[in-house]
Design a protein around this ligand. Structure first.
Ligand code: NAI
Length: 398
């Protein structure tokens, strides 16, 4: 099958396996070039198949030789034409490269929110690793079934109080479209907290602790986005921001137990805005992203997911250069939030129109990154070549 990108409502419904392999390979090459560092030995990542979770897995696997267990929710290819999800191929090719490097790895594909998944993973840890010394929580989901009572909650990306008007990017035409972020109801706010707050993170840590698989010095880290005035109405002050506040409160609760028992840490880290499957879906956010890319690339400070996570772990979590704010959050997003960068971003955002969007923003670079996370637009992949999906489907994840 010749695989061409098909984008519907800003979701890439087809992905290119060979391009996904290239995406993983380039991140590994970055880490190898940047050099080894001392870090954890046994790591569990929840949501490690794409975006920041995958970059964390690559940084720690290839940067410090860590064994990694990844839990992700991805779809394999089906038949001759269903390509599967990008995260599926990222897992497949992470495994291939990790095997060549002599690294240990394990993938669980399924619902991280469920008790069954937690049981399976913990039993694997007991069998193979004994204990883990880092848990990364990098999950982004729009639904969660609470394992205690079976109720399913849906998260929404809405504002709180008043609706917010702005633009979204239409990936197919590279045009701006007017977009309204509606104000959420109280129930929607609470449901979003249920899905994207800290409840499930705490369930993981509690179960791992009960089963005695946390090593002395154990750390756990969850990712948030804080952003700036330009994004507060759609993120920090919106429904997702409320969920992230809950995540932060959870970190304090976890810190109390982990700190005392294991001399460990429960951390929140705020990351830079980048293109991922999850972030492209946030209303109005992509326009901010396209402007930010332009300004940071011009300043020479632009980073993608692998640069962010490599710096986070090498310098801040396991190194001596931790940037921490007044609330104890670890801040590799420092470069995004520099005053000069934000002033420029704000002034461009005020002026952006359909006529000038290609000149004053990096919409092309932003959309190119979107295509790349789905396996397209790599200059060294031959997109005219037939991809034998049925053959590739035989590769099993272990
Ligand atoms: P992503 O969409 O690339 O990755 C999400 C991961 O969660 C995938 O591995 C997916 O398989 C997994 N997942 C979703 N539902 C699952 C389920 N039920 N069971 C198991 N795995 C499941 O998203 P991204 O953007 O990397 O987000 C990761 C974290 O980083 C989130 O907490 C997000 O808020 C945070 N973050 C993202 C930023 C961005 O600009 N993309 C900025 C700052 C923070």
């Amino acid at each position: 099958m010749i695989i061409k990108p098909v984008v519907k409502n800003n979701i890439c419904v087809r992905v290119h396996p060979i391009g996904c392999k290239e995406n993983v390979r380039r991140q590994i090459d970055y880490v190898k070039e940047a050099g080894k560092f001392k870090g954890p030995e046994k790591v569990l990542i929840i949501g490690g198949s794409s975006g920041y979770g995958l970059a964390s897995r690559i940084a720690l696997g290839f940067g410090c030789g860590a064994s990694t267990i990844n839990v992700s929710f991805e779809l394999p290819p089906k038949g001759k034409s269903k390509t599967g999800t990008a995260g599926w191929w990222n897992n497949v090719f992470f495994q291939q490269f990790a095997r060549e490097e002599g690294l240990e790895f394990k993938d669980f594909v399924g619902d991280a929110f469920s008790k069954e998944m937690k049981d399976q993973v913990i039993s694997y840890i007991k069998d193979k690793y004994g204990k883990i010394d880092l848990l990364i929580y990098s999950l982004a989901s729009n639904r969660r079934t609470d394992p205690t009572d079976g109720t399913t909650y849906s998260s929404v990306l809405k504002s709180i109080g008043e609706e917010v008007r702005g633009y979204s990017i239409d990936i197919n035409s590279l045009n701006l479209k007017e977009e309204v972020m509606e104000a959420a109801t109280e129930e929607e706010i609470q449901d979003t907290i249920k899905v994207m707050g800290g409840e499930d993170w705490k369930m993981w840590v509690d179960m791992l602790e009960e089963e005695g698989v946390l090593a002395e010095g154990f750390k756990t880290i969850a990712y948030t986005y804080l952003g700036s005035k330009a994004t507060y109405p759609i993120y920090k002050d919106g429904t997702i921001g409320q969920a992230k506040k809950h995540l932060e409160k959870t970190a304090s609760i976890l810190q109390a137990s982990i700190g005392e028992k294991y001399h460990g840490e429960a951390l929140i880290s705020s990351s830079k805005a980048i293109v991922t499957k999850a972030s492209i879906y946030i209303p109005i956010f992509p326009v901010y992203g396209a402007v930010l890319y332009k300004v940071m690339k011009e300043a020479g400070t632009h980073e993608g997911e692998i640069e962010q996570k490599y710096r986070l772990f090498r310098d801040m979590i396991y190194g001596e250069n931790r940037i921490v704010d007044e609330n104890g959050r670890v801040r590799p997003d420092n470069l995004e939030l520099e005053e000069e960068i934000q002033n420029k971003v704000e002034s461009i955002l005020k002026d952006v129109t359909n006529e000038n969007v290609r000149d004053i923003t990096d919409i092309e670079g932003f959309v190119e990154d979107f295509m790349k996370i789905n396996g397209f637009e790599f200059d060294n992949v031959d997109y005219g070549e037939d991809v034998d999906l049925e053959e590739l489907a035989k590769i099993e994840l272990v």
